[in-house]
Design a protein around this ligand. Sequence first.
Ligand SMILES: [Mg+2]
Length: 221
Amino acid sequence: MTKLIPLCVAFDCDGVLADSVSSWRTLHEHFGTSSSDLLARFLAGEFSDSEFMARDIAMWKEKIPQIHRDDIFRAYAGCKLMKGAKELVADLQAKGVHVAIISAGVDLYVQSIAAMVNADDWIANGFEFDEEGWLLDQGVVRVPSKGKDESIRRLLNIIDCPSDRLVCVGDSDMDLSMIVEDCTFIGFNPSREGTFRAFAEAGVTVVESKNLDDLRPYLGL
Ligand SMILES: [Mg+2]
């Protein structure tokens, strides 16, 4: 349980507010490619976020040389919110809590999730397109997946929130990088073996659920 009612709750997007494993994986499924080898090598520290994104894009372009922004939107058509997402965000905001999304996922997708839950703030990684909407070869890294603390610090600074009034919620071991000073971190809906281990080692509260209502007791609701 948190000691004080939070002033800010920062959510990861994929696997937390959105009921999807990864907005990157959704695109791989859409284009008939797989990044599981790349992901393993990325997690092992073989290359950077921006190299990972460029390699992803190159794989898709091998299948379809010209990819339009609309194709990306279409890939996300079947995606949905995690159960209880809208209500949880609305009830937090009714208590004066600032609700932010800090995601290393795809901006086009995270933006639509942020709009659906009416989040106060969001940041994510993304793509660049030419003036006609065709996907360029390099992605844009705004949130390194293992370095989310920088975005968190910027957010706390902007809204003038002390770290002990912040609660972060993530589903992956990489989300542990959201932790700054005295904040509270809650692991929600973990799925990978390495994540269970990392959450246990970090000694964080873990909520094994796909219903965001189960977070309420930890958020002063
Ligand atoms: Mg996630």
